[in-house]
Ligand binder design. Sequence first.
Ligand SMILES: [Ca+2]
Ligand SMILES: [Ca+2]
Ligand SMILES: [Ca+2]
Length: 451
Amino acid sequence: MDIDDNIYGPRKNLTMEGLVTPDERFSRPASADTTQGNYNAMTQEQGHLNTTTDRDQLQTDYDSLTKEKEQLKSDYNSTIQQNEKLQTNYDNLIREKDLLQTRYDNVTKERGQFQDSYRTLTAERDQLQARYSSLSKVKDQVQNGYNSLITERDQLQTSFNNVTEEKDQLQASYNTLKRERDQLQTGYNVTQRERDALQTDRNTLTASKNQLQTNYNTLQREKNDLKTRFNTLTTNSNQLKSNYTTLKRDKDQLQSNYNTLTTSKNQLQTSYGTLRSEKDRLQTSYNTLRGEKEQLETNYNSSATRGNQLQKEIDKMNVKIRGMSCQTGWRKFEISCYYISAEKRNWTVSRQDCKSKGADLAVINSKEEQIFVNGLFESGTNAWIGMTDSITEGNWTWVDGTPVTTTYWQPGQPNSYSGNQDCGEMVHTSSKVGEWNDDGCFSEQVWICEK
Ligand SMILES: [Ca+2]
Ligand SMILES: [Ca+2]
Ligand SMILES: [Ca+2]
């Protein structure tokens, strides 16, 4: 600690310099000198002023001065008293000064000690500061460690709870196991006795086992041998199995073929029997027919002669018929008359109508007749004519029983559309000779009769 030097100010003011001794103060009071001077001046002036006025004035001044002197004397006495008091105070101050000096010396000494202590304390403070910094770091590390420990403690608490729970379960299991162990112990004792008995049996069995081991080794070798042979046989078996599958398939096919052939054979056998009967019957018929043929040849020869005669008559008749005219509403072509209906009917009803008129649906016997019939009706019209394949599909015949040979089918016809077209119709064409189509017999349209 620093010490302020100003505290020594009062001591400097208390030195002896500037102070007056008590003798000087008593020998030369300032106000007494001034009074004496005034008195001398007034005495000198008294010689010059001899008037009464001046003397009264002087007496007055003198009285006044006397009072002032008394006053001064009084002041002087009080000053003396003050001086004595001051002397006393001064002495006291001197003593206090010595005391303060002593104390100052002590304080100075203490200050040195304090400064030493201060330096020591500063060094210690720096050391403490350094230790404080390092301790702060340590504290932070410890705090972090503490936080980690708190977390770990919480985890451990959770684990502890789990472990406690598992411990309780294990305790329960342990109790159960303990009871089971006691039961097993009892069983063990029984088993122990049985084991001893079995030990004896085991010794016996060991001897047997050794014998069996020998047999086993022998069998093992044989087994390996058999294994090799088995593998070979397995390969052969697989091959045979494959062959067997193929053969089985072939056999099934052959069996199927055989069954078919057997059925065919039986049918043929039956047919053969029938044919044989027919052959016999035909042979009889043949013989009969042979006789009839010979008879017919005889008849034919006579009939041929008769036929030639009839043909000549027919030709004469045709010439006669061509010259004849048809009834009203019918058209004539060569030896036939043709009727075309105004209304429309199906093929069967149309034919019945023709028959009711002593005619039948038209039969086309030549290209000329085809051209003639085509001219009987107008373009875009179809007309039933007398042909059908209703008896045998695709086998077209005329209503007079003769087969249809020369034809005038449209391209792509007859197609028996939807499998249900069995009646023939004429389709008019203006540029050609007319075409044919097969149509459903139920269809209603005009028809052409011929007689
Ligand atoms: Ca005809
Ligand atoms: Ca048909
Ligand atoms: Ca058709």
